[in-house]
Design a protein around this ligand. Structure first.
Ligand SMILES: [Zn+2]
Length: 434
């Protein structure tokens, strides 16, 4: 009777996995360790969030006012280093040109940069209740720019912290000005007044010092800049060379460089996640929790560890019925905003994320072929229709560099990808037509 139930589960798991992963993934039978689970028993603290997504500290670089230099000079610099930043947008009142460059801003947002609320006309935030209308006006404007813009973070124009009920009605976090480090283990004194270090043309070394302290203190820091141009056009602007110095310091300190929204959400969510309790049921555990704020982003990917003392070493982790593969270090990336997690006893033999999807949809981009959906290092061979080799080698960042700019490629390209861990191969092709 047991045997029959196991085989049905095996078939279901195989169907789900067969759709997502290479056919060579093997499914080992469930091992029902029923003695480990005691139905109804509450166990505290079985989940730990990995600090700052696995980094030694975190930094959010923020740039204000949609200043003229940001699209032509700053975004290319950030993109060349694959770093994401936050842009607090105003439309008027501070020599910005957001509406003129709206299409470019939407592209930047789709590329992972954050567009956020700095009020429409860069006005000082009035006291409550007058603040609410000004904050919600710009939030509504930004959300209509593109669905990717959530507009759930705020920066006070002119650093004047005020009208916090109105700010909090639309945002789960807000930035003021000042110099502070936020330690992983403690809540900030006020989520609606997170300090950002104001840069000026002569204090880049202070920013570098602050970034060093984020590493040594395992903490989060925030910087504030207007224009990035040479010469720096005002007292809160810096040159591209100085901005690069700041970015380089973050990279060399191996900090988590992410948007204000994403770091703050990860940080805020972890206090709830790490306090979650597991309720044992037949064959596993269930964990549920509640969101600490109604304005948190729609998704919050959270990297978590599940305590072996609670769950053992042979588990299957699911959210909304979907099995999550473990990362190569045994952690799991869950979506905090699903507000629940199921841990089943026994494994389904998913080795790690270094597996190939069974179908790849490569895209030709300016930098090469983007292997969407591929995780971890893979061996790649690209040939044209005549069999000429365009690329052969290991790709670890899922972008295959090509010998010609993508605009110069014509016709079918054939790709073979091989997973270095499992030996599994996937073949696909891409049609380069213009
Ligand atoms: Zn401003």
């Amino acid at each position: 009777m047991h045997g029959k139930r196991i085989s049905i589960e095996q078939v279901l798991v195989r169907l789900v996995l067969g759709h997502l992963f290479s056919p060579s993934v093997t499914i080992t039978p469930w091992r029902l360790l029923a003695t480990l689970a005691v139905p109804g028993l509450l166990l505290a603290g079985p989940v730990t969030t990995v600090p700052w997504n696995g980094h030694t500290g975190a930094v959010s670089f923020t740039y204000d006012d949609a200043r003229p230099s940001q699209i032509p000079k700053l975004i290319p610099q950030l993109d060349s280093m694959k770093l994401k930043a936050t842009f607090f947008i105003s439309l008027t009142g501070t020599s910005g040109d957001f509406e003129k460059k709206k299409a470019d801003w939407i592209l930047a947002a789709k590329n992972g940069h954050e567009l956020a609320n700095h009020t429409r006309n860069h006005v000082p935030v009035p006291t409550d209740p007058a603040a609410a209308a000004i904050i919600s006006d710009m939030a509504t404007y930004l959300r209509a720019v593109d669905t990717i813009v959530q507009s759930v973070t705020f920066a006070y124009p002119g650093c004047g912290v005020n009208g916090k009920s109105g700010v909090g009605a639309e945002n789960f976090v807000a930035r003021g000005c000042g110099q502070d480090n936020y330690a992983w283990a403690s809540q900030p004194p006020d989520w609606l007044t997170i300090s950002g270090l104001l840069l000026n043309p002569s204090n880049v070394s202070s920013a570098v010092t602050l970034l060093n302290s984020a590493k040594s203190g395992n903490s989060w820091v925030v910087t504030v800049v207007h224009d990035v141009d040479n010469p720096a056009p005002d007292q809160y602007s810096i040159t591209p060379a100085d901005n690069k110095k700041m970015l380089d310091a973050a990279v060399s300190n191996a900090l988590w460089v992410e948007t204000f929204q994403n770091v703050a959400a990860y940080y805020r969510a972890h206090f709830v996640m790490d306090a979650a309790t597991a309720t044992a049921n037949t064959g596993g555990w269930n964990l549920t929790w509640t969101s600490p704020n109604p304005k948190l982003p729609k998704r919050i990917p959270l990297r978590i560890k599940l305590a072996a003392a609670t769950f053992g070493n042979s588990i299957t982790v699911q959210q909304s019925g979907v099995t999550l593969p473990p990362e190569s270090d045994g952690t799991y990336i869950i979506d905090f905003m699903k507000l629940s997690l199921s841990v089943r006893q026994g494994t389904v033999g998913i080795a790690s994320r270094t597996v190939l999807p069974s179908r790849i949809n490569p895209r030709l981009t300016k930098t090469g072929l983007d292997l969407d959906g591929v995780f971890g290092p893979v061996e790649v061979l690209v040939t044209d229709v005549r069999g000429a080799r365009l690329f052969q080698g290991v790709v670890s960042n899922r972008i295959v560099p090509l010998p010609l700019p993508s605009e110069d490629l014509q016709g079918l390209l054939f790709l073979t990808l091989r997973d270095r861990n499992t030996g599994a191969t996937v073949r696909t092709r891409v049609n380069a037509t213009h």
